[in-house]
Write a protein that binds this ligand. Sequence first.
Ligand SMILES: [Zn+2]
Ligand SMILES: [Zn+2]
Length: 353
Amino acid sequence: MIVGNWWQWEEKAAVEETDFWEEKPMDNNIVLKIFMESQNKIVEMELEEYVEGVVSAEMPATFHQEALKAQAVAARTYAIYKSFAFGSCGCQKHPGADICTDSQCCQAWIDNKEALDKWAVPEGAHYQEVIRKAVRSTRGQIATYEGNPISAVYHSTCGGRTETASEVWNSSSTAHPSLQGVECTYCQHSPYYKTDLVLGFPDYTAALNKGKEVLPVLAEGNTPLLEAVKLSAGGRNLLLKIGNPGPFYSGNEVRDLLGLPSTWFHWRIEGEKIIFSVRGHGHGVGMCQYGADGLAKEGKGYVEILKHYYQGVEIEDYVFSAGGQDENAPTEGSQAAHHPAVTPAYVVDTPYL
Ligand SMILES: [Zn+2]
Ligand SMILES: [Zn+2]
């Protein structure tokens, strides 16, 4: 059962406009089984310590404090959503683990030393404190929809509009009312908001020929045989065709082959070059991280930020009974267990590592 008292923390957030902040007390802190890619084994770690490592890995420490707090809640929510303790199936790639540190599967995570190496001195200690503050001041809080933790996925930059999960992941199991596309004009300060990738025809041909089969990718007159067959409601390429009658490639396949930052792209020809104009970076579903930073800089608090990107959610404390005997504790068959087990191909992106 989730106990809803987020409003108390909204009031507290207002107080935090000064440098004062208070570590949010918490009665319980579940222990997660985390598959560490770097060690190739499962390590047990308390949730809150884990969340600090995720925020360090997944969001620049220079982002606004309210964005870092939104990231902490999203990371915690996703971990809870995946955990056995809440009736989930855990990481689908690593049996026995609640979650793993592979960003393409679950969420990236780095330890203190890796974080300090990434930030370098003298800012490192300051950044560590900034992230610790974001995590501890939101301690235990998660995003819920009708009382259940959501699959709180996120990405670097949406490029103007986030995407509905079921559109890009093409699976009914990823459809969730909280993961609807929303307008986002707040990520324009991202270096990925609009980018161009210029490829000479030889490089373009070589990149696509690493795909399903060797293809004639250029027609007579050097016209690229690339055609958008299906677009998402938000304009992302879902299915493309190369040549006639094909083959067909998913938007993600073409994105990977060409090294594009997202599947939201158009192209044009200039001389012997093909120029891809790309919007955003990442899958575009859930919270736009640069957008969170932009909203925070406009004065929005982390609760408001989360409610913008995750439609219809509440921010609440999770309650967990370690013994599992509490009648309120989520168990198999409880509400929490009814969540679809979701592991989309691109759960999160980590453009900062
Ligand atoms: Zn995983
Ligand atoms: Zn955005």
